[in-house]
Design a protein around this ligand. Structure first.
Ligand SMILES: Cc1cc2nc3c(=O)[nH]c(=O)nc-3n(C[C@H](O)[C@H](O)[C@H](O)COP(=O)(O)OP(=O)(O)OC[C@H]3O[C@@H](n4cnc5c(N)ncnc54)[C@H](O)[C@@H]3O)c2cc1C
Length: 363
């Protein structure tokens, strides 16, 4: 028996392992695949601030593939270009990121068993279920269900983006019902192209149509389909049958419902799960206090968009354009921590943007 048994070797599991080891505990991490990070099933676009928050544990700079400086959002014929003053996001190799975290875990004394799927026999009374969106740990212990998922497909293609540092987002209830499509440049000649649709729609039909609209005819260099949870479980930790069971990452639904991004929240909640491995109550309280409001804000905005199947009607989109949302987001937008945008200074920032526009200066 070990002090902590972690099921799943993604970011949530590896960072949970690092923090449990830093608490001086013996930790076993079981991963069903034969290597950490593979097969890769993620775009790997993560906020710079989110990655910086992991610097005390890993040097993510080793696995950066591209820098993203702006985002173009196309919605019902309107284009919004969000151009923050500093680099907002980085495209990283997800396999590389997971491997760095696993290496740090092992350096701290953690043990990894590969090729081991765990569904019921656990090596500790303290269990962290970091086993992704279809969590066997959550099912075994009877956690409340995740209420909504999107089904995604993504491929890496030879593709020339107009701007190799701009990511493109497409909202349309007809083409991406319940979610969105994306083109993320890897470099001048290659991009990750993908989409998500709310279940029970099946993504393959929409994916083929999207590729055809973009003029992509060749086969993908790497392609996968996967689901993303869009809601947090109402309970993510419990004591049951003498076990302390904590869920972290996708297994808990700790994902931004706006974009499906879960690496930052999963890694951060993983760190908390490792710290509070024997106290379900403390874990539940601490992650909700740190990130609950942010995830709730993302969820509310997703619910708002999904009143129209993922894309608001043209009059609302034009209103958002007229109300200078583009400028507001460029200057004050945050990718992960939306609660930081609720600052009392926001109306002032907005007034300043409006005044500058009125005076005819775009800067
Ligand atoms: C198409 C797509 C694009 C995405 N793009 C982004 C993005 O750009 N940025 C971002 O932040 N997020 C993105 N995400 C979301 C992100 O991939 C997840 O939120 C993140 O991987 C969650 O980490 P995790 O550790 O909780 O789960 P996972 O990364 O899913 O890791 C779970 C691990 O557990 C293992 N496992 C599962 N069951 C068992 C078992 N019973 N026993 C042992 N091992 C088990 C799995 O093999 C896996 O390695 C994307 C997701 C998809 C589907």
């Amino acid at each position: 028996m070990v002090d902590v048994h972690i099921v799943g070797g993604g970011p949530a599991g590896c960072f949970a392992g690092i923090s449990a080891c830093l608490e001086g505990k013996s930790v076993l991490l079981s991963e069903e695949h034969k290597s950490i990070g593979e097969p890769e099933a993620c775009s790997g676009l993560i906020s710079k601030s989110g990655l910086d928050s992991l610097l005390p544990y890993i040097n993510y700079k080793e696995v950066v593939l591209n820098t993203i400086l702006s985002a173009k959002i196309t919605c019902e014929g309107e284009e919004f270009i969000i151009t923050p003053k500093e680099e907002i996001a980085l495209l990283i190799s997800r396999c590389g990121l997971d491997s760095l975290a696993a290496e740090r875990f092992v350096q701290e004394g953690g043990k990894i068993e590969l090729g081991k799927r765990v569904t019921r026999k656990f090596a500790s009374k303290n269990i962290i279920g970091a086993d992704g969106p279809a969590s066997a740990v959550a099912d075994y212990f009877g956690f409340p269900r995740i209420k909504s998922y999107v089904a995604c497909m993504q491929g890496n293609f030879k593709y020339s983006c107009q701007d190799p540092h701009q990511t493109e987002v497409f909202l349309s209830s007809k083409d991406f019902p319940g979610f969105f499509g994306w083109v993320i440049p890897i470099n001048e000649d290659e991009a990750k192209i993908g989409l998500g649709v709310a279940l029970p729609s099946h993504p393959i039909f929409y994916y083929r149509r999207f590729l055809s609209k973009l003029g992509v005819k060749q086969k993908a260099l790497h392609e996968f389909s996967a689901v993303i949870p869009l809601s947090v479980r109402s309970k993510t930790a419990m004591r049951a049958g003498g076990y302390n069971v904590l869920l972290a990452g996708d297994s808990a639904g700790q994902v931004k419902a706006t974009t499906g991004g879960g690496v930052f929240f999963g890694a951060q909640c993983g760190l908390l799960a490792g710290k509070y491995h024997s106290s379900p109550e403390s874990y539940e309280k601490s992650w909700r206090a740190s990130f609950g409001l942010d995830l709730a804000l993302h969820h509310s905005f997703r619910s708002f968009l999904n009143l129209w199947d993922g894309a608001p009607p043209p009059f609302l989109v034009s209103a958002a354009k007229g109300l200078l949302f583009e400028d507001l987001l460029s200057e004050n937008g945050k990718m992960d921590r939306w609660s930081a945008m609720l600052s009392p200074s926001l109306p002032l920032a907005y007034a300043s943007i409006a005044a500058r526009r009125f005076m005819g200066s775009g800067t």
